[in-house]
Design a protein. Structure first.
Length: 134
């Protein structure tokens, strides 16, 4: 299966395809202390978010670590719109990566997320020089 994880929520996503757009912020593995500081800061902001009344449902995962049980720090979804938003922390490809995702339908994150420019209807477009060797 060509995915890292998925989320389906309610009638908007159950058994349906999805479109996920992502912004990915990366630090090389030699900057692990900075990545840990950034993770702690993002976690602190996400926790503060949960202290205020929201017009959406959310799932906050306390104590997310790189390579831990789940990469999901925070997921937000509203019952009246089909979008979900999430923040993830992923260790991969010799670095630490923060993913900010906006999804309509089911959320799918390909295993090759760092190499892919796009993945539409099964067709992968890679960043220059990142295509797998045949």
């Amino acid at each position: 299966m060509d995915r890292l994880g998925n989320l389906s929520y309610g009638d908007w996503a159950h058994g349906k395809a999805g479109l996920t757009e992502a912004s990915i912020y990366s630090l090389p593995e030699e900057q692990e202390p900075l990545a840990q500081q950034l993770l702690a800061a993002i976690d602190s902001i996400a926790l503060k978010f949960t202290n205020y009344q929201q017009d959406c449902f959310y799932q906050y995962n306390y104590g997310v670590t790189f390579g831990g049980f789940t990469p999901d720090i925070l997921k937000c979804y509203a019952s009246h719109i089909p979008e979900t938003y999430s923040i993830q922390a992923q260790p991969a490809e010799h670095g630490f990566h923060f993913l900010i995702l906006e999804t309509r339908g089911s959320e799918w994150v390909p295993l090759e997320f760092l190499k892919l420019k796009s993945f539409v209807n099964g067709k992968k477009t890679y960043f220059e020089g990142m295509a797998p060797k045949e």
